[in-house]
Design a protein around this ligand. Structure first.
Ligand code: NAD
Length: 317
């Protein structure tokens, strides 16, 4: 039987994606892998392998061992962390991608999912309703690696026929797994702190507007783009994807509607500059037309869902 491999499965997205793919395709059909062992319950919840995405032979070995057809490559250094270690970020983000693209080119796997990001855009990109095709001059190491990755994905599709599919995720918000060092991490933290101490100090300024998405929507988009017939995927670089956009002040107001005493302060740090270089809202009409993308969550429904889940986690612990 053909199986699925997730590389970087212990991260913010990988954990949720593993659970979802196992619910859809069966536990034993989805092999979770990461360079580290994450939460013990997660590692014990199905097939798990320690794999370094930078080691071609290790990746190839796991693919052969489990008869893997589809690979979801989630390992990467994210925006804020990448700025602190540019050379390693370039190495990890590019070479892990080349390994899976080359495995597909050599016929060892059939389909790849590789996430891109709104970080592919830069200060010269139109900020509102950023189009699918527009000026792209990313100014962060992370953005440069994602834009280069997109170019290589399209190249491997055009020249070698590799079936690679990709989404430019906006900032992702989830209650069950912590974020991994991105510029939009505040939008997760703020909910935790609202329940823990009723106040939050934000590392971005109050009017910083960014595109965001609830994890449930991002995971569903990932599954849907991979299930879509190959003919409907007209873009082989990466699709713009959108659900909502908001500022820290607007999330604070949404939280105050549920927790009236909640207060917020602002102390912008180095991440402000990264955020200022990114779009404020995204035009995702190509994803909607090509493979039927539709978001479900907006700021209000996400806020209610986040607080309900975090509250019940508090009572469990
Ligand atoms: P994360 O940092 O939470 O998780 C990444 C995982 O990769 C970690 O578990 C880490 O241990 C693992 N990893 C690191 N180096 C590895 C290696 N050499 N071999 C194997 N595993 C390794 O990141 P995430 O938020 O889950 O992001 C996953 C992907 O989605 C990344 O490509 C990221 O750029 C992209 N993305 C994320 C967001 C977001 O808001 N979370 C937004 C846009 C794009």
């Amino acid at each position: 039987m053909a199986n699925i491999l997730i590389i970087g499965a212990c991260g913010q997205i990988g954990t949720e994606l593993t659970k979802k793919l196992r619910a859809v395709y069966g536990t034993n059909a989805v092999i979770a892998s990461d360079v580290r062992k994450g939460d013990p319950d997660f590692v014990a919840s199905g097939p798990f392998e320690v794999v370094n995405a930078l080691d071609y032979n290790q990746v190839e070995h796991v693919i052969e061992k489990y008869n893997v057809e589809d690979v979801y490559l989630m390992a990467a250094l994210l925006s804020a962390t990448a700025e602190k270690n540019p050379a390693f970020a370039w190495d990890l983000n590019m070479n892990s991608l080349f390994h899976v693209l080359n495995l597909a080119k050599g016929g060892k796997i059939k389909k790849i999912f590789w996430p891109s990001s709104i970080a592919v855009f830069g200060p010269t990109t139109p900020k509102q309703n950023t189009p699918q095709y527009t000026i792209m001059e990313p100014s962060t190491v992370y953005g440069i690696s994602k834009q280069s990755g997109e170019r290589w994905c399209e190249y491997y599709h055009n020249i070698y026929g590799v079936d690679v599919r990709s989404i430019r995720y906006p900032g992702l918000i989830s209650w069950s797994t912590p974020p991994g060092g991105g510029t939009t991490d505040y939008a997760v933290d703020i909910y935790h702190k609202a329940l823990e101490n009723g106040s939050y100090t934000c590392f971005l300024s109050e009017e910083t507007r960014l595109p965001m998405m609830y994890m449930d929507d991002a995971i569903r988009a990932t599954v849907e783009i991979m299930q879509a017939p190959a003919e409907s995927i007209s873009i082989r670089s990466s699709y713009n994807l959108s659900a909502m956009d908001f500022t820290p002040a607007e999330v604070a107001e949404a939280i105050q509607r549920e927790i009236p005493d909640f207060t917020i302060g602002y102390e912008p740090d180095f991440r402000q500059k990264i955020a200022d270089s990114w779009p404020q809202s995204i035009d995702d009409s190509s994803a909607r037309a090509d493979w039927g993308w539709q978001h479900e969550f907006n700021l209000e429904s996400m806020t209610k869902d986040m607080l309900i889940h975090l509250e019940s986690l508090k009572h469990e612990n």
